[in-house]
Ligand binder design. Structure first.
Ligand code: ACO
Length: 307
């Protein structure tokens, strides 16, 4: 019986079709999906903080409206992803608990501070740009609810990336001080953006298995290279310098060569020792506690309506 089920599962994966919630799946596949989707959802939710920091200080009403909409989109992404994860038999409460107790991770990038308004543009351009590179292939992931959530998320992320680039372009056409703000911001965010793709393939314990299951469609290094190749011409058009002396076009490979990020720094940030880890989690826990009355009221209302 199990053999038939396993064969059916393997055939779906081999044909690049979708596994759906009611289908049989190996326990390792389910666990890997819960880990990755939950981590992704938590990243969207924690990712609201660095930019949310600037909503009250946006330089114009137009910029405030754009930023508000963007941060709100991130909340929506978190919710689609939690919903996709719940189809794997884990509850929203359990997932939130695992974030708040540090048992599940979220992306390293959101543990860096946002020090100027240029960071709003740089996050849109580089961080959302890296997210798109990493997430477009996930639209073809083998688990149906995750892939469908990713299609909508990627459309919105591509708007986020453009708004970031547009903000930076406006600043680059402004004063010398504004141009310096952009360069300083890009200098801080370049290497952490490359780290978003995860450790090098040979140090990535999950990649081979996840690729065999069709959860991930590419290795970490391939997507990191794709991001560098896409971003260098954009930096040139913008007039900023990417802070990597080893960055140069390699005719033979048909790709840009680039230096190695500081992998010890990535490991430290993932461990919880990044510049803002403690602050991000403390803020999320406080928001969760502040929202307790809303959850209680919603539950009471649902119970009364059911009666
Ligand atoms: N930040 C935090 N943790 C990371 C990061 C990172 N940048 N990169 C890798 N890790 C963790 C992995 O989750 C894994 O942890 P675990 O096995 O203890 O749970 C460990 O480091 C080893 O890494 P990998 O074996 O390479 O892990 P994986 O195969 O899951 O690949 C990746 C990591 C590429 C991030 C993958 O999970 C993925 O594509 N996730 C979906 C996209 C996503 O979550 N993006 C983050 C949000 S971006 C945004 O919201 C704008």
């Amino acid at each position: 019986m199990t053999l038939d089920l396993q064969e059916k599962f393997d055939a779906v994966i081999a044909h690049h079709d979708r596994i759906e919630p009611r289908d049989w799946m190996p326990e390792g596949y389910r666990k890997t999906l819960v880990r990755q989707i939950a981590q992704h959802a938590h990243s969207e939710i924690i990712g609201m903080q660095p930019e949310g920091n600037w909503i009250g200080r946006a330089p114009s009403l137009r910029r405030k409206a754009i930023l508000l909409a963007k941060v709100q989109d991130e909340a929506g992404h978190g919710l689609y992803l939690y919903a996709a994860c719940e189809t794997l038999g884990v509850s929203r409460d359990e997932l939130v608990e695992m974030l708040l107790t540090g048992r599940q991770k979220y992306s390293s990038i959101f543990n860096y501070p946002t020090l100027s308004y240029a960071d709003v543009g740089t996050i849109g351009w580089l961080v959302d740009g890296a997210a798109i590179c990493n997430q477009v292939p996930l639209c073809r992931t083998s688990y149906g609810p995750y892939g469908r959530a990713m299609i909508r998320i990627c459309k919105e992320e591509s708007f986020h990336q453009r708004q970031g680039y547009e903000l930076l372009r406006t600043m680059m056409g402004g004063t010398d001080a504004q141009r310096q703000m952009v360069q300083e911001s890009v200098d801080r965010f370049w290497w952490p953006s490359l780290m978003m793709f995860g450790p090098p393939d040979e140090e990535s314990p999950n990649s081979a298995r996840s690729i065999a299951w069709g959860i991930k469609r590419n290795g970490n290094d391939e997507l990191r290279q794709r991001f560098v190749d896409m971003t260098v011409p954009q930096a040139e058009a913008l007039g900023v310098t990417l802070p990597d002396p080893e960055l140069r076009w390699n005719d033979e490979r048909g790709h840009y060569d680039f230096g190695a990020p500081d992998w010890a720094e990535l490991a430290a940030v993932i461990r919880g020792d990044g510049p803002c880890n403690a602050q991000r989690l403390a803020h999320r826990r406080a928001a969760h506690d502040d929202g307790a009355w809303v959850r209680e009221a919603a539950t009471a209302f649902a119970e009364r309506s059911a009666r």
